[in-house]
Design a protein around this ligand. Structure first.
Ligand SMILES: [Zn+2]
Length: 185
């Protein structure tokens, strides 16, 4: 991985995290892409090699400086790395001191979030369009019927903002069903 001239010059050729070595790599802060240096951080060999290291506390004290960078990408990457050390006083104190823009914090934490996955009662991953079977009888709210165990629900739809729920049709009615009460067919 090389580095664009423009990015290298942003911090006078110095690494934007440690500010003590020559920057020789461009690092794109996910989930953004590399089409703008605003999404990137100029890194030295040393910082690049330690970025996923969870045992480099001594090195990462340099974040106490870089977190104050005016560049959102540098703030986001610094904040993201700090999360690896939040059990340690220096890091938790720093996290408590800084006042970053909410968008930067979301950017920083986005890499650490667990993706939303709908799973059935047995841990199988559910997808839109799957067919499932009820693993227990369900009283369907607002209707006068009970869906019996073993009822097949075809072409389910995942509920976007709730990983515990799917939608499906039983007796021609669309109802919300908890994932833990279904088995994927
Ligand atoms: Zn560095």
């Amino acid at each position: 991985m090389s580095i664009s001239k423009e990015l290298k010059q942003r911090n006078q050729e110095q690494c934007e995290l440690c500010n003590s070595e020559i920057a020789s790599h461009e690092y794109t802060v996910t989930p953004k892409n590399d089409d703008s240096i605003d999404n990137q951080v100029a890194l030295c060999d040393n910082c690049l090699s330690k970025i996923d290291d969870k045992d480099a506390s001594f090195h990462w004290r340099c974040l106490e400086g870089s977190i104050w960078s005016p560049e959102p990408s540098v703030q986001a990457l610094s904040y993201r790395i700090l999360q690896n050390y939040k059990e340690e006083d220096w890091s938790s104190n720093l996290i408590g001191t800084i006042d970053l823009d909410e968008n930067v914090i979301q950017w920083a934490l986005s890499a650490l979030e667990i993706p939303d996955i709908h799973k059935d009662a047995f841990g199988n991953i559910l997808e839109n369009g799957d067919n499932v079977v009820l693993t227990q009888a369900l009283n369907v709210k607002g209707t006068n019927f009970t869906a019996s165990k073993g009822t097949v629900v075809k072409r389910i739809k995942l509920v976007n903002d709730n990983v515990e729920q799917i939608e499906g049709k039983i007796n021609e009615q669309t109802i919300v069903i908890l994932c833990k009460f279904v088995k994927k067919l």
